[in-house]
Write a protein that binds this ligand. Structure first.
Ligand SMILES: Nc1ncnc2c1ncn2[C@@H]1O[C@H](COP(=O)(O)OP(=O)(O)OP(=O)(O)O)[C@@H](O)[C@H]1O
Length: 308
């Protein structure tokens, strides 16, 4: 280990404090704070445009914040010296020239980082790109580009891995493969922070969750807690949905139209409470059922859920 990793006794692998980043008058990241622990895979979730890529760029030192700070192993990213053994990053565009082969791209990255050439062969094998490494990057599919980006991030066998939307473009087999690779890294003490706008696809990969919406933190905790927090919702069918909605909201619940079944989805109250409310308010229910919430439902509940 180098001194930059051990000099400060911060137990967090990544610490972000009050980060704000603006593009003109648009605030992409708004007073965001979170920590990422070592030996964990952490999911950085949020809808399209939530500010995930922007925040990750600041975390890895690729963008400057208007306010706030980011630390890797207790050292500010603004003062840290580049070290491929500490930090591996994959954020598109990865900078690979379309006319170069995957292998040539990785070789120049390895040379720049002062890493031995043999690492190129090792990471190509690790990401399953040995065959494709001879081909030009411009001919790669999205999934192959993801693997190449991951290979680049893994060159230094880094302690901290930051990946922006790594699941994008991977087929189910590729997602399973990535899951194992990232889980293995965490199991051996590594830190993985990955962003995704697809909660379900990434859910089985992550231990911890940081969720943002419109640049702000909406949830930070374990995946287990998140799954528990949205354990169920109630689906009802009624001709008086508007009136029932008003009753539910005044009793502290939330409602929205159920995308799947066309009924009314109610969160924050259980089925018995909804039935009582409907009975007292004289609302006729044609159907009522308890439904286990999907992670998307949980996400919806936390982010306020407006369709954007
Ligand atoms: N270089 C830029 N110049 C101007 N605005 C930008 C720039 N990069 C991002 N933004 C804006 O900042 C906001 C956050 O974008 P960002 O790409 O960080 O979100 P995201 O959560 O990664 O979204 P996605 O899942 O779609 O990639 C968006 O409104 C976006 O339009």
């Amino acid at each position: 280990m180098t001194s930059s990793r051990t000099s400060v006794g911060d137990p967090a692998a990544i610490r972000v404090e009050g980060l704000t980043k603006r593009y003109g008058r648009r605030t992409a990241v708004d007073d965001l704070s979170f920590t990422v622990g070592p030996g964990r895979v952490t999911g950085f979730f949020g809808p399209n445009g939530a500010g995930k890529t922007t925040a990750l760029k600041v975390v890895v030192g690729l963008a400057r914040p208007a306010a706030g700070r980011a630390f890797l192993r207790g050292t500010s990213v603004t003062t840290i010296r580049p070290d491929a053994r500490l930090l591996g990053v994959h954020i598109e565009p990865c900078g690979a020239h379309p006319g170069r082969t995957g292998r040539a791209h990785l070789r120049s990255l390895a040379a720049l980082a002062g890493l031995p050439r043999r690492r190129v062969g090792e990471v190509l094998e690790l990401v399953g790109l040995e065959e494709a490494a001879r081909r030009k990057v411009g001919k790669y599919s999205l999934g192959m580009r993801q693997r190449l980006g991951l290979a680049a991030a893994l060159l230094g066998d880094p302690e901290i891995l930051v990946l922006d939307e790594p699941v994008n473009g991977l087929d189910p087999q590729g997602i399973r493969w990535l899951r194992k690779l990232l889980r293995d890294r965490a199991a051996s003490g590594g830190t993985v922070l990955l962003s995704s706008h697809m909660l379900s696809e990434a859910a089985q990969t992550v231990d911890d969750v940081i969720m943002i919406d419109r640049g702000r933190l909406v949830h930070e905790g374990t995946m287990q807690d998140l799954e528990r927090s949205g354990a169920s919702a109630v689906v009802v069918r009624t001709a008086e949905a508007q009136r029932l909605s008003t009753l539910v909201v005044s009793a502290g619940g939330r409602t929205r139209l159920d995308d799947e079944g066309g009924g009314l989805l109610i969160e924050g109250l259980d089925a018995a409470e909804v039935a009582r409310l409907a009975h007292r308010g004289g609302v006729l229910l044609e159907e009522i059922a308890q439904r286990t919430a999907s992670l998307e439902d949980v996400f919806f509940g936390l982010t306020g859920g407006a369709d954007r």
